[in-house]
Design a protein around this ligand. Structure first.
Ligand SMILES: *[C@@H]1O[C@H](CO)[C@@H](O)[C@H](O)[C@H]1NC(C)=O
Ligand SMILES: *[C@@H]1O[C@H](CO)[C@@H](O)[C@H](O)[C@H]1NC(C)=O
Ligand SMILES: *[C@@H]1O[C@H](CO)[C@@H](O)[C@H](O)[C@H]1NC(C)=O
Ligand SMILES: *[C@@H]1O[C@H](CO)[C@@H](O)[C@H](O)[C@H]1NC(C)=O
Ligand SMILES: *[C@@H]1O[C@H](CO)[C@@H](O)[C@H](O)[C@H]1NC(C)=O
Length: 415
């Protein structure tokens, strides 16, 4: 290659980079110039929000517990709780049947909480197995008791079996939001929405840090329903347009708040989504590109709700976590989003003898800025805990880390 040609190539590359930088600067300038009006609207909304949402003291935030710079979430999927001691276990070895009941599910929750000390416990549906629960409220009280007793913040969504006892889906969710220490919400105020238990939780930066008034990690919870009510569509239900619209608006509002002054951030805070029934896209993987196992089919709705594309389009979601298929416990990445199962937790849920019941742990880690202060989330990791003798940890992996699919890599590639 001739010297002059390479110089031309070089300068045009530089020009291109300059143009991109300028266009970014222009966008940034508009973002910061426009707001006079927007900002006060946001503040108004914020104030209104503060009245109905937990007080600043009751907020979830980093460094609220033992660990510094880390926020840990324990996911408990498919407890299938019924009547407690009198409810037997499914799929354990014959020599384990006599001594196994719902109380083993409870014991496992206590064990894993003691070991991991999570900052939040998320129950992703089929919390109770309605058909075998004599009293839905009592069954839920027993199922969620470990989190309540230990005064741990917890959140729950509904599965497809929670309403099969003495309470409707609405009744089950009303009971959940009335329980102690729950962060669960019934539904967003003033928003006509399908299902029960669609809400979001904001995890704030450490007290005293620059991001103490910002949500640095966003959690979304959705009701994926039970069964289709459309006669021509058999099978499970799906996340409806009303829920997707709520999710879209919430995500976009949170992104604006994060990227607006004060302490305007350059990119959205990462989001994690929790619901019960997997999306059809969970079927996009095989052993060559997931971590974990797939031992049964993907029991999603028979139609595609479009929620996966809605999440991709929103831009902030890094991972979605479900339960429902107890024998699948993998995470696979599709179009920038990790799709993860937790694997079955409960002993009254179907499982596989000799294949330990399990839980998924997710931890988000903060970065430190150049001056040694806490910044935004830099990475999100996951692993599973097995209810075996050692409470074994398996399949540790990084779900997301900052900058891996952002602009920085893009610029490096261009250079
Ligand atoms: C930014 O503002 C300028 C001047 O007001 C305008 O010409 C341009 O279209 C705006 N760009 C965006 C991305 O809004
Ligand atoms: C129970 O049965 C399983 C499978 O047959 C066997 O591996 C295990 O050793 C037995 N446990 C006891 C305590 O006998
Ligand atoms: C259930 O708990 C009992 C009592 O602690 C214990 O002996 C038994 O091994 C447990 N069963 C299983 C399958 O973990
Ligand atoms: C956060 O909000 C409180 C109360 O309004 C304020 O005193 C504090 O300075 C704010 N912190 C930051 C970093 O902006
Ligand atoms: C995973 O690998 C299989 C081939 O082994 C391929 O068909 C599939 O598209 C891959 N999925 C993703 C999300 O890359």
């Amino acid at each position: 290659m001739g010297r002059s040609f390479s110089t031309v190539l070089h300068s045009s590359l530089l020009l291109l980079i300059l143009a991109i930088l300028l266009s970014h600067a222009a966008t940034d300038a508009n973002v910061s110039a426009k707001p006079r009006e927007d900002r006060s609207a946001l503040q108004r909304r914020g104030r209104r929000g503060d009245a109905s949402s937990p007080s600043a003291a009751g907020r979830l935030r980093f460094n609220g517990g033992k660990r510094q710079g880390e926020f840990k979430i324990l996911q408990v999927a498919d407890m299938h709780y019924a009547d407690g001691r009198s409810t037997g276990c499914l799929n354990v070895f014959p020599n384990q049947t006599a001594t196994c009941s719902d109380l083993n599910t409870t014991a496992f929750i206590y064990r894993v909480i003691r070991e991991e000390s999570p900052d939040l416990v998320v129950f992703t549906g089929d919390n109770i197995y309605g058909f075998d629960a004599t009293d839905a409220a009592k069954s839920m009280d027993m199922a969620f008791a470990p989190a309540v007793t230990l005064k741990l913040p917890w959140a729950a969504v509904l599965g497809n079996h929670d309403q099969e006892s003495t309470l409707s889906r609405e009744g089950v969710m009303r009971h959940i939001v009335s329980m102690p220490h729950t962060m669960s919400r019934f539904n967003p105020n003033g928003f006509d929405i399908d299902g029960f238990g669609n809400y979001n939780l904001e995890i704030y930066g450490p007290e005293g840090s620059l991001l103490e008034n910002k949500s640095v990690l966003n959690l979304y919870f959705l009701d994926s329903g039970d069964y289709s009510t459309v006669p021509s569509i058999p099978g499970y239900n799906w996340i409806k347009p009303s829920q997707q619209l709520w999710f879209q608006r919430t995500s976009s509002h949170l992104q604006k708040e994060y990227m607006n002054k004060p302490e305007a951030q350059k990119e959205a805070a990462p989001g994690l989504v929790y619901f019960h029934i997997p999306l059809p896209e969970f079927g996009s993987f095989d052993a060559s590109n997931f971590t974990g196992v797939r031992q049964e089919g993907i029991s999603s709705a028979s139609v595609n709700s479009g929620f996966f594309s809605t999440m991709v389009e929103a831009g902030d979601v890094k991972a979605a976590f479900t339960g429902h298929d107890h024998l699948n416990d993998f995470c696979g990445k599709l179009t920038g989003i990790q799709l993860c199962y937790a694997g079955g937790f409960g002993y009254h849920a179907y499982g596989k003898a000799g294949w330990s019941r399990r839980a998924r742990v997710v931890s988000a880690f903060l970065e430190k800025t150049v001056d040694g202060k806490w910044g935004g989330v830099k990475s999100i990791k996951t692993w599973k805990r097995l209810d075996d003798q050692y409470l074994s940890t398996i399949d540790s992996q990084v779900l997301w880390s900052k900058g891996t699919n952002g602009k920085i890599v893009f610029f490096l590639l261009m250079m």
